[in-house]
Design a protein around this ligand. Sequence first.
Ligand code: NAD
Length: 499
Amino acid sequence: MKELTHYIDGAHVKGTSGRFSDVWNPATGEVQARCPLANADEMARAVEAAAKAQPAWAATNPQRRARVLMAFVGLLNRDMDKLAEALSAEHGKTFPDAKGDIQRGLEVVEFCIGAPELLKGEYTDGAGPGIDIYSMRQALGVTAGITPFNFPAMIPMWMFAPAIACGNAFILKPSERDPSVPLMLAELMEEAGLPKGILQVVNGDKEAVDAILDNDVIQSIGFVGSTPIAEYIYGRGCSNGKRVQCFGGAKNHMIVMPDADMDQAADALVGAGYGAAGERCMAISVAVPVGDETADRLIEKLVPRIEKLKVGPYTAGTDVDYGPLVTPEAKKRVLGLVQSGIDQGADLVVDGRDFSLQGYEDGFFVGPHLFDKVTPDMDIYQQEIFGPVLSTVRAGSYEEALKLAMDHEMGNGTAIFTRDGDAARDFANRVNVGMIGVNVPIPVPLAYHTFGGWKKSMFGDLNQHGPDAFKFYTRTKTVTARWPSGIKDGGEFHFKQMD
Ligand code: NAD
């Protein structure tokens, strides 16, 4: 059995805690590796190496730091296929989707190459007689990030690229379900010229996370994952005095207005609902057609498209639309929620429960499901399913559709499909959700904008990537300086008014 490692102080090191978790091949249902689960001592070793390396990295000028990221982009492109292969083999997503995962992270790295510009401070010349004021952005020191299984390349890069560009050391605690790509990324960063100790990967579960939360040297924590864990990490991290940003789960609604192009809406829903087997925080999991007539037309367009979906292993290349779920527990949970939908009275229009693939009978595949006439009291509406299950909630009016999206506790993304600019504009302005698509089903902002939801999808003040990341990973220091003429008149005992 392959045994994975940690990556500490520039080297692969074996786990010493004696605890491991299984890493599956989700397509075959076999355990392909075991992942070491770090204890507090192993985490402390990484923190020590990070603290030792960080001051010299922070003192390296931002342009030189950016050059390491530039070289890293070249290496990502060089190794794209190798990385995507490792990613698909552990996660289960299709090969093109795995490349998309890496590409979206790579784009954040490209944005961070602009660090010299983004880290420029502010300067007021002559704020008073002989007085200048300047603000600078300084690195925090040792920072850490905890990431989910569903984007094992993109989300680590969302965090470590800006953290490192700003002069911090970064400790990554990736998901124990697919840890190989994060380890490969750390190796590539060093090949690109990053000094050892600046990017380390410590694998683990709650024990490793708690060791991060309670470590006095770690200054900031980034988290992406499910909402209960986001709330836990935000609460404990903040009360330990750290800067924390936590991104949680989602339940993204797509409003379909009566005037929408129904073919376009159905195509969008199929891609956004079933792509990556629904294991995306920006997946559309709720379709909200406005009016029964719209709902009937939409369902009529959706059913044949869903029935044609090709579900299979990533080794089928472009000939497959989505792959298996990540673990046997994930499959069990999704099928349990499907059963609850049936029990609670929703119409199961497309039933994927009996799906089986010859040669892959033990894989964690789940066929596509479509529910109609779902109501807000049902578990399949309230909970994030994170599987290939789309629920349709029929709304009587636009206002009712808007209220549904607004009343749900999650607020990551949402979309409206319409030809009416007035409705689209009203929706974008009023809805209490962080990322909005207008005739765009998965409105994930590009690297130079910021990414973040509202309500229980996000805890903290600053979003991922874009300019917010450079604020999150730096502290502002402001200097008021007077040279030298103003210091001849003796001490001053009141706040000076600037003349
Ligand atoms: P998860 O919450 O189970 O795990 C995320 C991370 O937390 C992992 O590194 C895991 O090891 C760690 N963790 C798990 N249990 C813990 C515990 N009890 N204490 C401390 N740490 C713990 O999430 P997941 O299943 O890996 O990912 C799927 C979830 O992530 C979904 O809810 C999805 O919506 C969400 N997600 C959100 C975004 C976003 O940007 N909002 C993006 C991607 C995924």
